[in-house]
Write a protein of this length. Structure first.
Lengths: 330, 330
């Protein structure tokens, strides 16, 4: 059904508050969820439904476990992933503003960080190159295997520009975990080549895939990228990783980097050159049937613009009722 | 034919010297080419044959165009790409040793940098996380287009470990340019889905592909990664890039980063955790027909070990005669 944006935001905020978060946490989480939902990304309000994302009773004070001028390692203390990664992104930006480079890792969270393009976009909008890597528990198999070992291990890259920033956000799996969940809820089958069942047979059944493994995207190259993200969000930040043992379910990690382009070139030249590059790419000769060549981030921006212009957004009936239910809880 | 490794090295060195390089440059180039050739990578001695890689008469003194504690921008002054990137890698390592992070860009070269896993491997062997991005002239199309806009834009990542480092090196194109050239020289066709001819028709003919465009790997995600590499090796380092104009043929760029893992965690813990992770991945349940799950870099290491053990290497007859010819020139 068609839902007014204001109503969607209000209902989502209430659902977050009903999940146990304080007002400041709720604003942060709302911002991340709306970034996804209003851009047609599958990491939006669905996260609040079903088992949802109740605040962990174990959540303590977020603290800095290690810090240098250029870096920090943040103990998430079982707080919500979006809250912790927002904090880490802010720290990486501060360090980059002061010293041209900031790298901040997080550990000891075990909940989704949402669409990580959100954080990359924030860094890019402040004029820095942003790199985000996010770990999670095991869903994805290595190339040649059908055993779930890696998280969907997304990476996001934000590039500032004199025009709109480039914001690229991708799972290194053939499909995001929430995409599989969405297919299951909608009663749809998966495309071929996305997943294995628990015995290693190829499957298009999302329920079987959730019990089996998702493939990495792009064959061996995608699998290798997934392994690299596993290193950057596991061993490098002192979070769990495949092979470490049981705490893979409760101790996920993330890594944020912010790089000042002025380390290498003049800021204004860089920004205008990026804009020139994207313009050239957009003007490339298109294949038959292709209306427009899209820069990373642009598809979502288009959806967002249309939503904001109309003031309302299409939300699947079941999803909207499920969200309303959470928002109506006492 | 089977060629003794010593003879291969001697002949290659002579071919490099005959291409106009001094002794120090020749040792550097030999090292990079042998890294590829002895690992079964298609960026080895083939580069010396055909048009080869004569030293540019325009080559001047390599100079530092911009420098900070953490960064440098190196003017390659039309020197050979391997020589310039070796210098840049050394600088990034020095900065990372002194300040935990080093980022060095290069511009004003227009020749191949060879298998960039070489540089990532060097950084990893020194205990740092290495990231290498390499630009080149236009061969690869954006997703949705058939017009060559990007270089094959490889990226390489080196991760130190208590065991062997992880060294991942991939073109963001569906096939490396030298892979297409190799297929053409061997009279082979390309797999489906790799390339377009100049009119945008899918082609399996390597000659038509060289006049048309190579596709990015992995659909939209690979194309987006290729665009990101174009930014990092163009606008960010002040080298040419698609959309800048004519000097795309003579002014390629590269970017090197070296990151000290101690910015975030204890060195020994990091190294042993990476080893633990790779061991776990190698022990994953394999799909039918898969003998062994390989970590990035391992396939090449296996080939190298076998070559070193036997003391000789299989080289295609035509390639060997072509190399000998260059080495025999007065």
């Amino acid at each position: 059904m068609r839902v007014p944006v204001d109503e969607l935001k209000k209902t989502t905020l209430q659902a977050i508050l009903n999940s146990g978060y304080d007002a400041a946490e709720a604003e942060t989480i709302l911002d991340v969820l709306m970034y996804a939902q209003l851009r047609g990304n599958n990491q939006g309000i669905i996260k609040l439904t079903g088992a949802g994302m109740p605040k962990s009773p174990a959540a303590g004070e977020i603290r800095i476990a290690r810090e240098t001028k250029l870096s920090a390692r943040v103990d998430g203390a079982q707080n919500q992933g979006m809250v912790v990664l927002t904090r880490a992104t802010g720290m990486a930006l501060e360090k980059a503003k002061a010293h041209d480079f900031g790298i901040v890792g997080t550990f000891n969270t075990c909940t989704s960080t949402g669409a990580i393009g959100y954080y990359a976009s924030r860094i890019a909008r402040e004029g820095f190159i942003g790199l985000i890597f996010a770990g999670s528990t095991t869903y994805v198999s290595m190339y040649g295997s059908y055993e779930p070992l890696f998280g969907t291990n997304p990476l996001a890259i934000g590039i500032p520009s004199a025009e709109k920033p480039i914001v690229f956000d991708m799972a290194t799996s053939a499909m995001a975990w929430y995409g599989i969940l969405e297919a299951k809820l909608a009663g749809k089958t998966l495309p071929e080549g996305i997943a294995f069942d628990r015995d290693g047979n190829p499957t298009t059944d999302p329920a079987a895939a959730l019990e089996g493994a998702i493939r990495p995207f792009g064959g061996y190259k995608g699998a290798a990228l997934s392994l690299i993200v596993e290193v950057l969000t596991g061993p490098l930040v002192g979070a769990a990783f495949t092979g470490l043992g049981d705490d893979h379910k409760t101790n996920w990690g993330c890594l944020v980097m912010a790089i000042n382009p002025e380390l290498l070139v003049e800021r204004e030249t860089f920004l205008s050159d990026v804009a020139r590059l994207t313009e050239r790419v957009k003007s490339a000769k298109a294949l038959p049937g292709v209306d427009e060549i899209l820069i990373p981030g642009e598809r979502g921006d288009r959806i967002l613009e249309a939503v904001l212009q109309s003031g309302s957004i299409e939300v699947e009936d079941n999803l909207w009722s499920a969200l309303q239910e959470v928002a109506a809880r006492a």
